[in-house]
Design a protein. Structure first.
Length: 437
């Protein structure tokens, strides 16, 4: 009997230990699940923080506010909300924003606000070398099919430099239309170098310490190949092989945009940012700009040309100009020739204006259109009004700014800022002005 009692006690203890072990097992299992859930939350939080950090860093480098925005506009007559409710949209990566600007909705380039150089070759005779450029080689002004503009034809191994009174400033932007043709299968390739020099020269090798962007033209496409700097003043050598091939940009025309902020250089081809090098222009690199051709051979059917070339200094931002002067003007809102259609390259500057208005709800603006003196006075007056109206409508319909905060008017050619007898002067006069109300 005693043995039976001992056996029963042993079995009860064993069962208790099993239940205890089982409880401990499930407790550990539950703890692991809880830890895993916490870890998942932490990972998700870290990922979100990383995304926000990347956006913040790009904001710091770009000097812009806000990431990709999604507009939830209320009706025009509903003044109970500020200019739309904007929230981060993490569901899309950008390239297909559904508004008038389409893929340009990621175009963050903002042109400088002080025009330093402009040439559309309008005053140059066909067949002549343009008056406001320099070269040690050859080149001529030409016309091409499907374009109303004149173009500087770039050939062989020549170097081309815009004539400027002073060296380039620390912060500036550069834009031009770039056309190429004749690069078909079986034909030879060509190179083009966008070079930033420390001293004036018509060839990269004579320009001192320098940096350049290499473009390759072949039957594969337009290829942004290398970004590099070299010379005795370079402290950190940069030689990046980008090899960004764009077959869609072969035998056609694209828009090149470049922004220089001290050492940093960014470059866009149409809407796509191809280069963002924060330490490329070291020492005195960038005092001068040169386009260097290599093996662009007309006898092989090659054509490379540039037009509508513009350099503008980036001084104060729009917000500080408006607060200090009560107004600002920009030549960076582009329109189709003799029309009020806003070009897609204008997206960056319009977004900057919209952001300024969102951040300063007490500011209302009058938008004023100005033209040069080409054409009849009445025609220019109407054109300037239509362009100012088009800018207002875009700010309302595409960027969510309340309509009652914006007015518009046109002044035609009546308030010229510059000499209408020069290309640069006319470009300065074709502007959109914003006046604080």
């Amino acid at each position: 009997m005693r043995k039976l009692a001992i056996t029963l006690l042993f079995l009860l203890a064993l069962i208790g230990n099993v239940h205890l072990a089982e409880a401990q097992f499930f407790k550990k299992l539950g703890q692991r699940a809880e830890d895993a859930a916490k870890e998942a939350v932490i990972r998700k939080t870290e990922q979100k923080v990383n995304r926000e950090t990347e956006k913040t860093m790009d904001t710091i480098l770009d000097g812009k506010k806000g990431g990709k925005k999604k507009n939830k506009r209320s009706s025009k007559n509903d003044n109970s909300e500020p200019d739309g409710i904007y929230e981060e949209d993490e569901t899309t990566n950008s390239s297909t924003s559904e508004n008038e600007f389409g893929i340009y909705s990621n175009f963050t380039f903002i042109p400088g606000n002080k025009l330093l150089f402009y040439d559309d070759f309008a005053a140059d005779a066909i067949g002549d070398f343009p008056a406001h450029w320099e070269t040690g080689g050859s080149g001529e002004v030409v016309t091409i099919s499907d374009s109303k503009d004149k173009w500087l034809s770039i050939v062989r191994r020549s170097g081309y430099m815009p004539t400027m009174e002073n060296t380039l400033p620390e912060n500036y932007t550069m834009e031009f239309d770039f056309s190429n043709n004749g690069y078909d299968p079986g034909k030879s390739s060509s190179k083009l170098f966008l070079a930033f020099l420390t001293k004036k020269a018509y060839g990269i090798g004579s320009g001192g310490t320098s940096a350049n962007v290499e473009l390759l033209l072949s039957d594969n496409g337009l290829n942004v190949r290398n970004v590099s700097n070299f010379g005795g003043e370079v402290k950190v050598k940069i030689g990046d092989f980008i090899n960004r091939v764009m077959p869609q940009h072969l035998n056609t025309t694209v828009h090149i945009s470049i922004a220089v902020n001290k050492k940093r250089l960014r470059m866009w081809v149409n809407e796509e940012k191809i280069i963002d090098s924060p330490n490329l222009l070291q020492a005195n690199i960038g005092n001068y700009f040169l386009i260097q051709a290599s093996d662009i051979l007309p006898e092989n059917g090659h054509f490379v040309g540039i037009s509508n070339f513009k350099i503008a200094e980036s001084t104060e931002d729009l917000r500080s100009l408006l607060l200090k002067n009560g107004k600002f003007s920009t030549t960076g809102i582009y329109f189709d020739t003799a029309a009020a259609t806003v070009k897609k390259e204008s997206y960056g500057i319009l977004l900057d204006i919209a952001n300024m208005l969102r951040d300063n709800l007490d500011i209302n603006l009058q938008i004023v259109g100005h033209t040069d003196n080409k054409g009849e006075e009445n025609y220019n007056q109407t054109l300037s009004e239509n362009r100012a109206s088009a800018v207002k409508q875009l700010l309302v319909e595409e960027f969510g700014i309340r309509e009652d905060r914006l007015q518009f008017m046109g002044k035609g050619e009546s308030e010229a800022l510059d000499d209408n007898t020069t290309e640069k002067g006319r470009a300065n006069n074709r502007r959109v002005e914003f006046i604080k109300l």
